[in-house]
Write a protein that binds this ligand. Structure first.
Ligand code: GDP
Length: 196
């Protein structure tokens, strides 16, 4: 992995606390338990970097990791956990929609989806919020190791088809934090974005 100098930078719980650094940010979003923390850990080549959630939906903050040269990975709170109280879900919706729609430092979004449960209603909500910005989205269909090769390819093609009409600025690939499938492809995309 090429982001091996990644370091924790800061945690943000309110929009007013977003850092004003003039770097380039790539945001990571996903339903809780989709495998977002594991994907971040895999991409930075650490086993316990982003907090792998024991209680899904507990982390409602935005975590910043710095990669050097003014580059940041931004770990957005996982969503879709049914037991989270309404007030927290509303806080989440406000924080995320505002961040995604107004953050000028944000270059693009990586959306993590469990390959077995892709494009949930809230995943579509994230895509819809972000679509207006015309910024790129790259989708990691993770836990690909949980499906046979042919089922994983079928899932990939089905997601591609569904996205093509509504969200043409999206790209999508299979990924696994367990087998490292797709890691090099994902790193290539991130590097292209950081260098754009
Ligand atoms: P998050 O809530 O989206 O950050 O999800 P986590 O990264 O905490 O992962 C949720 C659960 O899925 C954990 O038990 C992980 O070990 C498991 N998991 C995550 N990624 C993979 C993967 O690629 N393959 C498999 N088999 N399990 C995974």
């Amino acid at each position: 992995p090429l982001f091996k100098n990644a370091e924790f930078y800061t945690t943000v719980n309110h929009l007013r606390d977003l850092p004003d650094a003039t770097g380039v940010e790539i945001a990571f979003a996903g339903r809780s338990n989709a495998g977002k923390s594991s994907a971040i850990n895999t991409l930075v080549g650490r086993s316990r970097f982003a907090f792998v959630s024991k209680t899904p939906g507990r982390t409602q903050h935005i975590n910043y990791f710095q990669l050097g040269d003014g580059r940041y990975m931004v770990d957005l709170p996982g969503y879709g956990y049914a037991k989270v109280p309404l007030a927290i879900r509303q806080h989440w919706a406000h924080l995320l929609s505002t961040y995604l729609q107004t953050r000028t430092q944000l270059y693009g979004m990586v959306l993590i989806m469990d390959i077995r449960h892709p494009l949930t209603e809230l995943d579509r909500q994230m895509l819809t919020w972000f679509a207006q910005t015309q910024k790129p989205v790259h989708i990691l269909l993770t836990k690909a190791d949980k499906l046979s090769r042919s089922k994983a390819m079928a899932a990939l093609n089905s997601v591609r088809r569904l996205l093509a009409s509504d969200y043409p600025h999206c790209t999508v690939q299979t990924f696994s934090s367990l087998t490292a499938e797709g890691v090099e492809d994902a790193i290539q995309i991130l590097q292209n974005w950081f260098e754009a």
